[in-house]
Design a protein around this ligand. Structure first.
Ligand code: FES
Ligand code: FES
Length: 159
């Protein structure tokens, strides 16, 4: 029997009838066509499916959708300002911090959560923030550089 999920995603409220065992990533990708959130291991081990739930990073493959009932979810589609990319998205582009791109949405979500909480992180803190995010292509150096450059840029803009 289906249950009703009430959730706000990227600022839009949704009421969706789902089977109780449906995961959050399945709702995002299959019900709402928000395919920016990637599903890779589907077992909580790679963080390619990361989204923000009330501002905290969550592996959306490892959460039942009904667990986010009444909460606010932000996906990679929700962090840009209209047509203007989020500074992290821009920095990933400028630093070439991606290859196949499959890990990129999760990396950017992890970076956003970090900078929202700690606007001036050290390199070590950036590495720790993305420690659960697997990338099989880049070697991580450019990803760390992109997040640090974003922090620096946002700090300068805030002066
Ligand atoms: S797909 Fe969710 S952690 Fe790998
Ligand atoms: S860019 Fe391919 S997995 Fe990270």
């Amino acid at each position: 029997m289906k249950k009703i999920l009430n959730v706000t995603i990227n600022g839009t409220p949704y009421e969706i009838a789902i089977k109780p065992k449906t995961t959050l990533v399945e709702v995002l990708r299959n019900e709402l066509n928000l395919t920016g959130t990637k599903r890779s291991c589907n077992a909580g081990g790679c963080s390619s499916c990361s989204v923000l739930v009330d501002g905290k990073v969550v592996n959306s493959c490892s959460v039942l959708a009904l667990q986010v009932d009444g909460k606010e979810v932000t996906t990679i589609e929700g962090i840009a300002d209209g047509a203007k990319l989020h500074p992290l998205q821009q920095a990933f582009l400028e630093h070439g911090a991606y290859q196949c791109g499959y890990c990129t949405p999760g990396m950017i979500i992890a970076g956003k959560a970090l900078l929202d909480e700690n606007p001036n992180p050290t390199k070590q803190e950036v590495k720790e923030a993305i420690a659960g995010n697997l990338c099989r292509c880049t070697g991580y150096v450019r990803i760390v550089d992109a997040i640090l450059a974003t922090a620096k840029k946002l700090q300068e803009e805030a002066k």
